[in-house]
Design a protein around this ligand. Structure first.
Ligand code: C2E
Ligand code: MG
Ligand code: MG
Length: 764
């Protein structure tokens, strides 16, 4: 029965066949030995013997039938197999017995009682079938014992009933073959050989079982070491699970064994999916706690048909998806958000804006797009380093987030560009105006960095859904344009988009584009305007004034393109070109006259300005003393420290610094105090009003006397008349510049600027 149980679970057909053979051998030998030894014990009082052929045949019959019986019982599932097995065993036992009896020879005639023979057959059949049913799959010791007992009873029942059917009538004429061995020896040797066979087979089962147990232990250790949860189920019932699965489920194997996998523990998203596909679902831990997202992949270990069970034995690999889910979440977050500030990035902003517009087109709600540019971000970044820049950006993001109520949202497009999309929020444009005012106030507060307050502030440009654009793209472009205007109008304000902006801005963009080419294609020229000593009219220098000889527009004055150049950053190459050209021109003049060059605020805030100037001086060979750089007050105040620093370094090169357009800036006196200027140029707006407005006259006088007391020579700009000249001379003005002395002219016209001509002009 133990062999039988082992044979049932063998997977490999060859192994199974071997087990069937062994089972047949052991069972057949047992049956045959029972018969043979009992026959040896049967003493009829007459001489007896065994015909060798028949005796051997009966052994063969027993082995073959028993193998067939157990083979049949194990291959057909359910009742059919058991009946078939039982019948084969019953018939086998009977055939063996009567075949054995036919080889039994005794000195007499045997007569048979048929009813008893029939009864013996019935006992054999019924007993064998009963044995198969009692044994079931012989899976446990109990079943093996019971099954074995019933089968033994059937065998013995047949034998002793069958023996009861014989009557021996002595007959001396019957010839009995001589026995090779005495019946005692025969009994001993048969019992020995058969026991050996049975023990060998049993040994095989035990050894194999031990190896199996080791293998099982090894597999369990392997399974427990696995990172994935592994669970074995039959039907719904959990049979076994590894450590990882127990940890996941929050229960021991013993507790799990009472549970149904699906229903008590797991629920799959796709119930109907085939077993061997990857299925995702939720695992609810036993001890409570949040459901765990898992995926499972199942494989059939053993079909139920083979073992006579209703359901297959299935193993599932169950994977905890929490880590992967959170990684996926992180990746999605990174893809959708700006890494530094955590605000939505451009992509997400665009799709959320598009979605909002779609909804607004139905609901009629307002949507406003507000483009934000930080006013002094670059300076703070340059001056205090990138950490300061990062601190400003994160703080700005925090303030934006706090000022915006969902579904409105803020996003960072990159650099110091932010966008707020206002969704709903009330009547437009009032709602957007209110939000803008709020944002300006919030962003106007300084940002603390290393216990140092950094002033930022912002400019805002607004566009409104439908009026200013139907698509996100158009709204963004127009808000950007409004922002451009807001910055131009002076920073720290907001501006709504207007149709005209489109026009002027497009115009300026074209101009910027053309200017870029103009610098490369040398369409820029320098004109020089003389500066003369007021007392005797001696020319002491020239101011370089840039002109653009535009192929279509003609001569474009600097007032029109310098602002464009400053906005677009083109002022840097342009300014460098002017400086190089002016220095190169002046370097070859006969007289070592001064050359004045105007510096834009943008240039003055370039950290490398002194280096650039130094390089140009070396390159052109112009003596530093001859170069005079004109700066305005406004230029100084853009970034006071940086500008002053640059001016000091320039001065250290030996270059002269002049204050241009004096009187038009803010606090002239403190500026003059903070830096030792070499010259003050009174703006032409005061000079032209000499004698016309008392105030202007007074201012010119005051500036001249200020220059005297600070010992800074003063130049008057825009001197057009002899009257003005007369007045300035009277007030001891050092230098004059203006149409009265000479208009700006190309370099080749400078030949005419002899002192003689100037004196004549002044006298005239
Ligand atoms: P600015 O530096 O104050 O230059 C003097 C301006 O006054 C020049 O105008 C000049 O032509 C004009 N002017 C000279 N004498 C008279 C006069 O008697 N009457 C009147 N009404 N005007 C007179 P321009 O050349 O149009 O330049 C205007 C401004 O453009 C300059 O003012 C300067 O700030 C800027 N600029 C010119 N060239 C350059 C340059 O190369 N680089 C930079 N950054 N700015 C420049
Ligand atoms: Mg100037
Ligand atoms: Mg000026």
């Amino acid at each position: 029965m133990r062999l039988y149980s082992r044979m049932r679970t063998a997977g490999d057909p060859a192994v199974r066949a071997a087990w069937i053979f062994l089972t047949g051998l052991v069972a057949g030998c047992s049956v045959w030995t029972t018969h043979f030894i009992a026959m040896l014990a049967y003493d009829s009082g007459l001489e007896t013997g065994f015909l060798p052929l028949g005796t051997l045949a009966s052994l063969l019959i027993a082995v073959v039938f028993m193998a067939a019986a157990f083979g049949a019982a194990s291959s057909a599932p359910g009742r059919a197999g058991k009946v078939a097995g039982g019948v084969l065993a019953g018939v086998g036992v009977a055939s063996m017995h009567y075949c054995g009896m036919s080889a039994y020879v005794t000195q007499g005639a045997l007569s048979w009682d048929l009813p008893i023979v029939t009864a013996s057959l019935a006992i054999s059949l019924v007993g064998s079938i009963a044995a198969m049913f009692v044994a079931q799959d012989a899976g446990t010791r109990r079943l093996q014992l019971l099954g074995g007992l019933v089968l033994t009873l059937a065998i013995c029942g047949l034998h002793f009933t069958g023996m009861g059917a014989i009557t021996v009538t002595p007959d001396a004429a019957v010839h009995v073959p001589a026995q090779l061995l005495s019946s005692g020896m025969m009994t001993l040797s048969v019992a020995l050989i058969v026991s050996l066979i049975i023990l060998t087979a049993l040994g095989a089962v035990l050894i194999e079982g031990g190896a199996n147990a080791q293998a099982v232990e090894r597999i369990r250790r392997l399974a427990d070491a696995a990172y994935e949860g592994i669970v074995v189920v039959r039907g719904d019932r959990i049979q076994d699970a590894n450590a990882a699965f127990c940890a996941l489920a929050g229960a021991e194997v013993a507790e799990l064994a009472a549970l149904r996998l699906e229903g008590d523990l797991l629920s799959f998203d796709d119930e109907g999916a085939p077993l061997d596909t990857r299925r995702e679902g939720m695992l609810t831990p036993r001890g409570g706690g949040a459901p765990i997202p898992v995926d499972a992949f199942a494989r059939v270990l053993q079909t139920g048909r083979r073992t006579g069970e209703e359901a297959d034995l299935v193993v599932l690999a169950v994977r905890d998806l929490r880590e992967r889910r959170s990684a996926e979440e992180k990746i999605r977050y990174l893809a959708e958000h700006d890494g530094l500030t955590g605000l939505a990035n451009r992509n997400v902003m665009q799709s959320r804006l598009a979605h909002a517009l779609e909804q607004a087109s139905v609901s009629g709600d307002g949507v406003a797009v507000i483009c934000i540019d930080l006013d002094h971000f670059k300076e703070a970044n340059d001056l205090h380093g990138h950490l300061a820049g990062d601190a400003i950006l994160t703080e700005v993001a925090r303030r934006l987030r706090a000022s915006v109520v969902a579904p409105s949202f803020a996003a960072r497009l990159g650099g110091d560009e932010f966008v707020v999309v206002q969704i709903g929020g009330g009547e437009q444009p009032a709602a957007a105006a209110e939000l803008c005012a709020n944002l300006l106030e919030v962003l106007g507060a300084p940002v603390e960095f290393n216990d140092q307050p950094l002033q930022v502030g912002a400019s805002l440009g607004v566009s409104l859904y439908r009026e200013d654009g139907e698509t996100g793209e158009a709204l963004l472009a127009n808000a950007d344009m409004a922002l451009y205007r807001a910055k131009e109008d002076g920073r720290g304000g907001y501006c709504f988009f207007k149709r005209e902006m489109d026009e002027t801005i497009r115009e300026r963009r074209t101009l910027a584009r053309e200017l870029r080419q103009a610098i490369v294609q040398e369409e820029l020229v320098l004109h020089y305007q003389p500066l003369a000593r007021a007392q005797d009219g001696e020319v002491c220098g020239f101011e370089a004034l840039v002109r653009w000889r535009h192929p279509q527009r003609g001569m474009v004055p600097p007032m029109e393109f310098i602002p464009v150049a400053e906005e677009s950053g083109l002022i840097l190459p342009l300014g460098e070109w002017v400086m190089r050209r002016a220095c190169a021109d002046a370097a070859v003049w006969e007289k070592p006259l001064r050359i004045a060059v105007n510096l834009s605020p943008v240039q003055l805030n370039q950290p490398n300005l002194p280096a650039v100037v130094h390089e140009i001086l070396l390159e052109t060979g112009l003596a530093p003393r001859r170069l005079e750089l004109e700066v305005t007050e406004t230029a100084l105040f853009k970034d006071y420290q940086r500008a002053l620093d640059n001016l000091r370094r320039l001065k250290a090169l030996g270059v002269r610094i002049a204050m241009d357009d004096f009187g038009t800036g803010f606090s002239s006196l403190s500026t003059l105090q903070s830096f030792p200027f070499d010259k003050i140029k009174i703006d032409k707006s005061f000079v032209e009003n000499i004698h016309r407005h008392d105030r202007a006259t007074a201012i010119v006088r005051a500036v001249l006397s200020l220059g005297r007391s600070l010992e800074i020579p003063v130049t008057a700009e825009g001197v057009e008349t002899a009257e003005q000249l007369e007045f300035l001379r009277g007030e001891a003005c050092a230098e004059v510049q203006g149409y009265a002395i000479g208009r700006p002219a190309p370099v080749d016209a400078l030949e005419g600027w002899t002192d003689e001509a100037v004196r004549k002009a002044l006298a005239g």
